[in-house]
Design a protein around this ligand. Structure first.
Ligand code: SAH
Length: 233
Protein backbone atom coordinates (compact mmCIF):
# COMPACT_ATOMS: atom_id res chain seq x y z
CA UNK A 1 0.00 0.00 0.00
CA UNK A 2 1.23 3.51 -0.70
CA UNK A 3 1.33 6.40 1.77
CA UNK A 4 -2.17 7.65 0.96
CA UNK A 5 -3.76 4.20 1.23
CA UNK A 6 -2.13 3.55 4.60
CA UNK A 7 -3.34 6.90 5.86
CA UNK A 8 -6.84 6.28 4.50
CA UNK A 9 -7.14 2.86 6.12
CA UNK A 10 -6.14 4.21 9.51
CA UNK A 11 -8.44 7.23 9.15
CA UNK A 12 -11.46 5.14 8.11
CA UNK A 13 -10.84 2.67 10.95
CA UNK A 14 -10.81 5.43 13.54
CA UNK A 15 -13.78 7.56 12.46
CA UNK A 16 -16.57 5.27 13.78
CA UNK A 17 -15.02 5.23 17.26
CA UNK A 18 -15.38 9.01 17.30
CA UNK A 19 -18.97 8.69 16.07
CA UNK A 20 -18.09 10.66 12.95
CA UNK A 21 -19.38 10.01 9.44
CA UNK A 22 -17.49 12.05 6.87
CA UNK A 23 -18.31 11.94 3.17
CA UNK A 24 -15.90 10.78 0.48
CA UNK A 25 -14.90 14.31 -0.46
CA UNK A 26 -14.06 15.21 3.14
CA UNK A 27 -11.95 12.08 3.54
CA UNK A 28 -10.19 12.82 0.28
CA UNK A 29 -9.45 16.40 1.45
CA UNK A 30 -8.05 15.15 4.75
CA UNK A 31 -5.77 12.80 2.83
CA UNK A 32 -4.70 15.55 0.40
CA UNK A 33 -3.83 17.75 3.37
CA UNK A 34 -2.03 14.92 5.17
CA UNK A 35 0.05 14.20 2.09
CA UNK A 36 0.89 17.87 1.68
CA UNK A 37 2.11 18.04 5.30
CA UNK A 38 4.19 14.88 4.92
CA UNK A 39 5.71 16.14 1.66
CA UNK A 40 6.60 19.51 3.17
CA UNK A 41 7.95 17.80 6.27
CA UNK A 42 10.83 16.56 4.14
CA UNK A 43 11.84 20.20 3.63
CA UNK A 44 10.72 21.88 6.86
CA UNK A 45 10.30 20.49 10.35
CA UNK A 46 6.52 20.27 10.78
CA UNK A 47 5.99 16.99 12.65
CA UNK A 48 7.96 14.15 14.19
CA UNK A 49 5.26 11.71 13.03
CA UNK A 50 6.13 10.40 9.57
CA UNK A 51 4.51 6.95 9.47
CA UNK A 52 1.28 7.45 7.44
CA UNK A 53 -0.94 5.30 9.70
CA UNK A 54 0.37 7.05 12.82
CA UNK A 55 -0.06 10.39 11.07
CA UNK A 56 -3.75 9.66 10.46
CA UNK A 57 -4.29 8.75 14.12
CA UNK A 58 -2.13 11.31 15.88
CA UNK A 59 -2.86 14.30 13.68
CA UNK A 60 -6.07 13.79 11.69
CA UNK A 61 -8.19 11.72 14.10
CA UNK A 62 -6.84 13.46 17.20
CA UNK A 63 -7.86 16.83 15.72
CA UNK A 64 -11.30 15.50 14.71
CA UNK A 65 -11.84 14.14 18.23
CA UNK A 66 -12.94 17.63 19.22
CA UNK A 67 -16.05 17.45 17.00
CA UNK A 68 -18.25 15.28 19.25
CA UNK A 69 -17.35 17.50 22.21
CA UNK A 70 -18.03 20.88 20.59
CA UNK A 71 -20.72 22.76 18.66
CA UNK A 72 -18.77 24.40 15.85
CA UNK A 73 -21.31 24.99 13.07
CA UNK A 74 -21.04 28.54 11.75
CA UNK A 75 -18.61 29.57 14.49
CA UNK A 76 -15.53 31.74 14.13
CA UNK A 77 -12.62 29.64 15.37
CA UNK A 78 -9.06 30.66 16.21
CA UNK A 79 -6.44 27.89 16.39
CA UNK A 80 -3.57 29.14 18.56
CA UNK A 81 -0.11 27.72 17.77
CA UNK A 82 -1.51 25.77 14.83
CA UNK A 83 1.90 24.60 13.51
CA UNK A 84 1.15 22.61 10.36
CA UNK A 85 -2.58 23.27 10.87
CA UNK A 86 -3.68 21.08 13.80
CA UNK A 87 -6.39 20.85 14.95
CA UNK A 88 -7.76 23.75 12.83
CA UNK A 89 -7.50 22.38 9.30
CA UNK A 90 -9.06 18.93 9.91
CA UNK A 91 -11.89 20.66 11.83
CA UNK A 92 -12.55 23.00 8.89
CA UNK A 93 -12.61 20.06 6.46
CA UNK A 94 -15.11 18.19 8.64
CA UNK A 95 -17.19 21.29 9.41
CA UNK A 96 -17.06 23.61 6.35
CA UNK A 97 -19.33 26.28 7.89
CA UNK A 98 -16.56 27.10 10.37
CA UNK A 99 -14.77 30.42 9.82
CA UNK A 100 -11.19 29.44 10.53
CA UNK A 101 -8.22 31.58 11.59
CA UNK A 102 -4.84 29.85 11.95
CA UNK A 103 -2.31 31.60 14.18
CA UNK A 104 1.34 30.74 14.74
CA UNK A 105 4.38 32.72 15.77
CA UNK A 106 6.60 30.83 13.30
CA UNK A 107 6.22 32.83 10.08
CA UNK A 108 7.47 30.12 7.75
CA UNK A 109 4.81 27.64 8.93
CA UNK A 110 2.10 30.25 8.37
CA UNK A 111 3.55 31.13 4.97
CA UNK A 112 3.42 27.47 3.98
CA UNK A 113 -0.22 27.15 5.12
CA UNK A 114 -1.17 30.35 3.27
CA UNK A 115 0.43 29.06 0.08
CA UNK A 116 -0.90 25.50 0.34
CA UNK A 117 -4.47 25.63 1.64
CA UNK A 118 -6.11 27.49 -1.31
CA UNK A 119 -4.89 24.81 -3.74
CA UNK A 120 -6.55 22.16 -1.55
CA UNK A 121 -9.84 24.08 -1.51
CA UNK A 122 -9.52 24.91 2.19
CA UNK A 123 -10.52 28.43 3.19
CA UNK A 124 -8.73 29.92 6.18
CA UNK A 125 -7.27 33.18 7.38
CA UNK A 126 -3.60 32.81 8.30
CA UNK A 127 -1.85 35.03 10.82
CA UNK A 128 1.85 35.04 11.71
CA UNK A 129 1.92 36.52 15.22
CA UNK A 130 2.34 35.64 18.85
CA UNK A 131 -0.98 34.95 20.56
CA UNK A 132 -0.14 37.56 23.20
CA UNK A 133 -0.09 40.21 20.48
CA UNK A 134 -3.19 39.24 18.48
CA UNK A 135 -6.29 40.92 19.85
CA UNK A 136 -9.51 39.96 17.96
CA UNK A 137 -12.10 37.76 19.66
CA UNK A 138 -13.69 34.53 18.44
CA UNK A 139 -16.62 32.22 19.26
CA UNK A 140 -14.21 29.34 19.79
CA UNK A 141 -10.47 29.11 20.46
CA UNK A 142 -8.62 25.78 20.18
CA UNK A 143 -5.05 24.82 20.96
CA UNK A 144 -3.01 21.61 20.94
CA UNK A 145 0.55 20.95 22.10
CA UNK A 146 1.50 24.59 22.64
CA UNK A 147 1.97 25.10 26.41
CA UNK A 148 0.90 23.81 29.80
CA UNK A 149 -2.72 24.61 30.50
CA UNK A 150 -2.12 27.33 33.12
CA UNK A 151 -0.09 29.29 30.52
CA UNK A 152 -2.31 28.32 27.60
CA UNK A 153 -5.41 29.70 29.34
CA UNK A 154 -3.79 33.09 29.52
CA UNK A 155 -2.87 32.97 25.83
CA UNK A 156 -6.31 31.78 24.71
CA UNK A 157 -9.14 32.84 27.02
CA UNK A 158 -8.82 36.61 26.40
CA UNK A 159 -9.50 35.80 22.69
CA UNK A 160 -12.85 34.11 23.44
CA UNK A 161 -15.99 36.24 23.38
CA UNK A 162 -18.27 36.01 26.41
CA UNK A 163 -20.46 32.94 25.88
CA UNK A 164 -17.83 31.31 23.66
CA UNK A 165 -15.56 28.34 24.34
CA UNK A 166 -11.90 27.51 24.75
CA UNK A 167 -10.97 23.89 24.01
CA UNK A 168 -7.54 22.56 24.94
CA UNK A 169 -6.53 19.24 23.37
CA UNK A 170 -4.31 17.53 25.89
CA UNK A 171 -2.59 14.23 26.56
CA UNK A 172 -3.21 11.76 29.38
CA UNK A 173 -2.22 14.27 32.06
CA UNK A 174 -5.01 16.67 31.05
CA UNK A 175 -6.98 16.23 34.24
CA UNK A 176 -3.94 17.05 36.35
CA UNK A 177 -3.26 20.13 34.24
CA UNK A 178 -6.89 21.21 34.60
CA UNK A 179 -6.74 21.11 38.39
CA UNK A 180 -3.44 23.00 38.32
CA UNK A 181 -5.02 25.65 36.04
CA UNK A 182 -8.37 25.95 37.89
CA UNK A 183 -7.50 29.30 39.47
CA UNK A 184 -6.12 30.73 36.21
CA UNK A 185 -9.26 29.71 34.30
CA UNK A 186 -11.49 31.43 36.86
CA UNK A 187 -9.36 34.56 37.10
CA UNK A 188 -9.43 34.92 33.29
CA UNK A 189 -13.25 34.89 33.29
CA UNK A 190 -13.85 31.26 32.43
CA UNK A 191 -15.79 28.35 33.89
CA UNK A 192 -14.37 24.85 33.53
CA UNK A 193 -17.33 22.90 32.11
CA UNK A 194 -15.95 19.49 31.14
CA UNK A 195 -12.88 17.31 31.13
CA UNK A 196 -13.52 14.63 28.49
CA UNK A 197 -11.16 11.68 28.52
CA UNK A 198 -10.91 9.78 25.24
CA UNK A 199 -8.88 7.09 23.61
CA UNK A 200 -7.39 7.17 20.14
CA UNK A 201 -7.71 3.94 18.11
CA UNK A 202 -4.22 2.83 19.17
CA UNK A 203 -5.21 3.13 22.82
CA UNK A 204 -3.45 6.43 23.54
CA UNK A 205 -5.24 8.48 26.17
CA UNK A 206 -6.20 12.05 25.32
CA UNK A 207 -8.16 14.71 27.18
CA UNK A 208 -10.32 17.55 25.91
CA UNK A 209 -10.72 20.41 28.36
CA UNK A 210 -13.76 22.62 27.72
CA UNK A 211 -13.85 26.10 29.25
CA UNK A 212 -16.80 28.45 28.76
CA UNK A 213 -15.92 32.14 28.82
CA UNK A 214 -18.61 33.31 31.23
CA UNK A 215 -17.21 36.79 31.95
CA UNK A 216 -14.83 39.05 30.00
CA UNK A 217 -11.16 38.42 30.73
CA UNK A 218 -9.77 41.24 32.87
CA UNK A 219 -7.77 43.96 31.09
CA UNK A 220 -4.02 43.43 30.92
CA UNK A 221 -4.16 39.74 29.88
CA UNK A 222 -2.36 38.06 28.28
CA UNK A 223 0.77 39.56 29.80
CA UNK A 224 4.03 39.48 27.81
CA UNK A 225 5.34 35.90 27.52
CA UNK A 226 8.33 36.51 29.81
CA UNK A 227 6.06 37.59 32.65
CA UNK A 228 3.64 34.75 32.07
CA UNK A 229 6.42 32.20 32.33
CA UNK A 230 8.03 33.80 35.36
CA UNK A 231 4.77 34.27 37.28
CA UNK A 232 2.16 31.85 35.92
CA UNK A 233 -1.39 32.47 37.17
N1 SAH B 1 -0.88 22.73 17.24
C1 SAH B 1 0.08 22.03 16.39
C2 SAH B 1 1.52 22.50 16.60
C3 SAH B 1 2.11 22.29 17.96
S1 SAH B 1 3.78 22.83 18.08
C4 SAH B 1 -0.05 20.53 16.63
O1 SAH B 1 -0.72 20.13 17.55
O2 SAH B 1 0.54 19.76 15.85
C5 SAH B 1 3.58 24.37 18.91
C6 SAH B 1 3.38 25.54 17.96
O3 SAH B 1 2.99 26.66 18.74
C7 SAH B 1 4.65 25.94 17.22
O4 SAH B 1 4.39 25.98 15.84
C8 SAH B 1 4.97 27.33 17.77
O5 SAH B 1 5.51 28.19 16.77
C9 SAH B 1 3.62 27.83 18.24
N2 SAH B 1 3.63 28.79 19.36
C10 SAH B 1 4.24 28.65 20.56
N3 SAH B 1 4.00 29.72 21.35
C11 SAH B 1 3.19 30.56 20.63
C12 SAH B 1 2.61 31.84 20.89
N4 SAH B 1 2.80 32.46 22.05
N5 SAH B 1 1.84 32.40 19.93
C13 SAH B 1 1.66 31.77 18.75
N6 SAH B 1 2.19 30.57 18.44
C14 SAH B 1 2.95 29.96 19.37
Amino acid sequence: MDERELMERSLREGLPALGLALDGEQISRLLDFGQAVLAQNRVMNLTAVTDPADFARLHLLDSLALLPAAELDGCSLLDVGTGAGFPGVPLKIACPSLRLTLLDSTAKKIRWLAQTLPGLGIEAETVAARAEEFAPQFDVVTSRAVARLNLLCELCQPRVRVGGWFYALKGPEGEQEASEAAEAIRLLGGTLRRIDPLRLPDGQRRTIIAVEQTRPAPAGYPRPWGQMKKRPL
